[in-house]
Design a protein around this ligand. Structure first.
Ligand SMILES: *Cc1c(COP(=O)(O)O)cnc(C)c1O
Length: 357
């Protein structure tokens, strides 16, 4: 058996007729950008998150970037975030002209460590960008207690909750990616920003289309970050399955955790008030590469999210001590996990795990 590390085609195969119908509807409509499908997706996704407004944009990086720009963040400002994340989190911050200030993560769930904030906040701090890494909601009550605007990076955590509220609804703004492999994924690039603030939502609608408030007249310098009707129509199909798909991810994760018992490997932690939607199932071991080879020998592909923390990458290098982050990157390993994994595939993975390390 050969099991890939990710499988974005599995959803399409499982729901092909519905996706074909959604695409056909757009083809026949004659509207291809920012039309009724995008508007419907914005309403439905806002409902899913429990946020009053959602603004669809072209991708997750621009969702973060435009969210920061809507807060007027720019040169001279500082934005606190983590280094153990997709490069895109930092790309967006640097794109505004602000300086990213890296703090370390908690040793258990590898999300932003709130106890690091006091030492990182300065008079220039304009926002904190916590990342709900691998689908695990970060420690939002403690992070929000800092009293600084929060832009949540929700790219890996559609539907994850903290104290009963979905991520994205906690911060001033929440940025989502709909990249194909995310829990809610399009057939190309897509993203959205959610917020409770009507004025910020209006600002985002303007920023995503040349800074227009009325057609052909730019009220401010904006961008083109519009979403296609085709992507919106496909996302609406996928959104209908998202809650069930997240449940399925949770059951598969449970099967892996059971298989890991007694192996000496550390499964991802779980918390009573902060749920995880298992975008990734990440195990940790000091001899990660050996484990990776063993699994590959059983036909199981794995991935490392991420092999280089952002503050060690040439474009964003900073000499800051982040010991928990540095240790984690040498130990983390993401197992295959998507809702359409078959019973036989899950069994193969579990049998291979039982024999590790
Ligand atoms: C995927 C991802 C992004 C970027 O989203 P794109 O749609 O690829 O631009 C940002 N942050 C995190 C944590 C991600 O996983």
């Amino acid at each position: 058996m050969n099991i890939p590390a990710a499988n974005p085609g599995a959803f399409v195969r499982a729901h092909r007729a519905e996706i074909d119908a959604a695409i056909a509807r757009v083809l026949d409509s004659g509207r291809y950008i920012l039309g009724p499908e995008v508007e419907a997706l914005e309403r439905e996704f806002a409902d899913f998150v429990g946020a009053p407004h959602a603004v669809a944009v072209a991708n997750g990086t621009e969702a973060l970037w435009l969210a920061l720009k809507a807060l007027d963040i720019g040169p001279g400002d500082e934005v606190i975030t983590v280094s153990l994340t997709a490069t895109a989190t930092v790309t967006a911050i640097v794109g505004t002209g602000a300086r990213p200030v890296f703090v370390d993560v908690c040793p258990d769930d590898l999300t932003l460590d709130p106890s690091q904030l006091t030492g990182a906040i300065t008079p220039r701090t304009r926002a904190i960008v916590p990342v709900h890494l691998y689908g695990q909601a970060a420690r939002l009550p403690e992070i929000c207690a800092a009293g600084i605007p929060i832009v949540e990076d929700c790219a890996q955590a559609h539907g994850a909750r903290c104290d009963g509220h979905a991520v994205g609804a906690w911060g001033t703004l929440g940025a989502f990616s709909f990249y194909p492999t995310k829990n809610l994924g399009a057939l190309g690039d897509a993203g959205a920003v959610v917020t409770a603030d009507a004025a910020l939502a209006e600002r985002l609608r303007s920023l995503r289309q040349y800074g227009w408030r009325e057609r052909f007249v730019s009220a401010e310098h904006g961008w083109n970050s519009r979403l296609d009707e085709l992507q919106a129509a496909v996302l609406r199909v996928r959104l209908r399955y998202l809650a069930a798909d997240n449940d399925r991810r949770w059951s598969i994760a449970n099967a892996y955790t059971t298989a890991l018992r007694g192996t000496g490997l550390t499964p991802p932690p779980s918390f009573p008030h902060r749920s995880c939607v298992y975008h990734q199932y990440v195990i940790r071991h000091p001899q990660r590469d050996r484990l990776r080879d063993r699994l590959a020998g059983d036909g199981i592909a794995t991935a490392v999210h991420y092999p280089q923390p952002v503050h060690r990458q040439p474009a964003y290098r900073q000499d800051v001590p982040l010991p928990v982050t540095e240790q984690a990157v040498g130990e983390i390993l993401s197992l295959p996990l998507w809702p359409e994994l078959s019973g036989a595939e899950i069994q193969t993975i579990c049998e291979s795990l039982v024999c590790l390390p």
